[in-house]
Design a protein around this ligand. Structure first.
Ligand SMILES: [Zn+2]
Length: 191
C-alpha cells in the first residue's frame, strides 16, 4: 500500500462519511494502543522531558514501551522510539520487527524513522505530525523512500488532538516557568 493514510481523510470529497464496522473496530484498536503511547509520554513529562511516548504491538499485544528520556539519560539516542525498539528486539530475540506495529504520539524524527526502516517494522501509527522535524512525510518521508529495500506503512491522526495538546501544554508551562525564573533573577538583581 505505502501511501500515508490520515484517519481524518486525505481531503477526498468522495470519502464515505459512514465508516464500515471493520474500520470502526480498527480505529478503536488504534485508539486503545495510542492511549498506551500517551501514558508513556506522560512518564516523560513527569521527568520534565518533552512528552513523547510509544508502544510496539505484535499479534494484538504490547511487546515494548518507550518514552523520551533524552535529558535524563543525557543521550541523543534516548528517543521514545529507539527505547521501545531496543526492548522489542530483546523480547522477540531478533533485530527484525516484521509483523509488528508502532504507535507513537509524535511523528518520528530522521533518526527514529531510519531505525524503523532498518527494523523492517510493518506499520507506524502516528498521533500528531511534526512539521519542523518529522520524517514520516513532514520534512521528508524516510519511511517510504523508493530507493530503500523496506517501506513502512503510515497511519496518522489517531488521537491527534490529545497528542498535540499534550505537547503544547508542556511547552506552555516550560515557557511560563522560564519567564518566572527570569523574573526571580531580576528581583534578586534589584534587591
Ligand atoms: Zn526520534
Amino acid at each position: 500500500m505505502n501511501v500515508p493514510i490520515n484517519v481524518h481523510g486525505n481531503g477526498h470529497p468522495d470519502e464515505p462519511d459512514v465508516l464500515s464496522d471493520e474500520h470502526k473496530r480498527f480505529m478503536d484498536e488504534h485508539k486503545r494502543f495510542m492511549k498506551e503511547a500517551i501514558r508513556q509520554a506522560k512518564k516523560a513529562a513527569a521527568l520534565d522531558e518533552v512528552p513523547i511516548g510509544c508502544v510496539i504491538v505484535c499479534d494484538g499485544r504490547i511487546i515494548a514501551r518507550g518514552y523520551n528520556r533524552r535529558n535524563t539519560d543525557k543521550n541523543t539516542l534516548s528517543h521514545a522510539e529507539l527505547n521501545a525498539i531496543r526492548k522489542a528486539s530483546k523480547k522477540v530475540g531478533d533485530w527484525r520487527l516484521e509483523g509488528c506495529r508502532m504507535y507513537v504520539t509524535l511523528e518520528p524524527c530522521q533518526m527514529c524513522a531510519g531505525a524503523l526502516v532498518q527494523s523492517r517494522i510493518d506499520q507506524v501509527v502516528i498521533g500528531c505530525m511534526n512539521p519542523k522535524a518529522g520524517c514520516a512525510g513532514s520534512v521528508l518521508n524516510l519511511l517510504q523512500m523508493d530507493g530503500f529495500n523496506h517501506k513502512v506503512d503510515i497511519i496518522s491522526g489517531v488521537l491527534e488532538e490529545e497528542c498535540s495538546r499534550m505537547l503544547s501544554s508542556f511547552f506552555r508551562s516550560l515557557r511560563a516557568r522560564k519567564a518566572a525564573a527570569k523574573g526571580e533573577t531580576r528581583n534578586i538583581e534589584t534587591v
